[in-house]
Design a protein around this ligand. Sequence first.
Ligand code: PLP
Length: 383
Amino acid sequence: MTVGYLRPTRVLVNQQAIYENVQNELAQLKNQETEIFAVVKANGYGHGMVPVAQAAEAAGATGFCVAILDEALDLRRADFTEPILTLGITQPSYASLMAANQISVTVGSLTWLEEAYDILKSEKNSRPIHVHLGIDSGMGRIGFRDASELLAAYQFMQTHNDYFDFEGVFTHFATADDPDDTYFKEQSARFKTLLAVLPEQPRYVHVSNSATSLWHAACNGNMIRLGVSMYGLNPSGKAIEQVPYPLKPAMRVESELCFVKEVKSGSKIGYGATYTADSPEWIGTVPIGYADGWLRRMQGSQVLVDGQFCEVVGRVCMDQLMIRLPHEYPVDTKVVLVGNSGNESISLQDVADYAGTIHYEIACDLAERLPRVYQPITGDINI
Ligand SMILES: *Cc1c(COP(=O)(O)O)cnc(C)c1O
């Protein structure tokens, strides 16, 4: 993928914000033994996997979670030596690769262990594979739902403990960000029932994503899979505004006007000629478009120029969009798509609200073509 270094459109990522969010999370934990694994899947929710991992590690995270094996291997290549857990299902055919790189794997069925065993045995693996048993307590995605199969998986690992190291057991909540905790409680009870089936508990028992840790801290277990709130975003969007510590957004999206003109009343703008200037108007062109993850449905939304909201007029193109300026501005004037400008600001939540989605999706959609520029850690906060 070509990265647009020579175009003035960029994603600025403040590593200090990530550092502070992790420090604040650590500071509010009741149990000092509880560890934080920074969730850096999907290129660190669009922020850049390795720089996010560095900031989280500096702040005290002791492990990482990723979605897929390729991400885990990229972290190992970047010389991270901490535990790395792949949260999705990895094919058992990669068992040896995972063992060799000490990647912890999520297992959700006995069959998976049996298939991995055949491979590890045939390849005479010298190191065991670290296993986290995933329990499906109600998310309905992956994991054990059945007590007898869970116990059988445990026993299979005990029998073949040269090949399997039982490192963790966990579940994932579907509604931890919901003010109504009825379903959360059901899931929590189901997890406890299934956990009780295991004759012993492994090193890591973990149930908390960001939302669980922020709003159901009593359930935390001894490790937290800290994702979206590490990036300074409220996991509930706007459903639960109360948070135990201020979340500091790490991302800013900026560009510059690349072309400015005054058009006559009645002039059309963009594909489909969907916008008509109803008076003489100053129109600025901004070099970002849907190929950068700036969704086509952002037509009609606002960006900031010189502390003023300006409307995106006409359709968002693949690589460019047009905005209506309050008056003439020179080419190269800064345009803020996410972040503050003067006294105004636009959050990822605002963008998500306009696009009819969640901030997670907006951040993850930002394309690789947008260069990520990092503002480094400046130091500890007073906590
Ligand atoms: C992505 C993910 C997380 C992190 O969730 P956030 O809401 O971003 O904190 C935690 N656990 C699992 C299983 C996940 O897939």
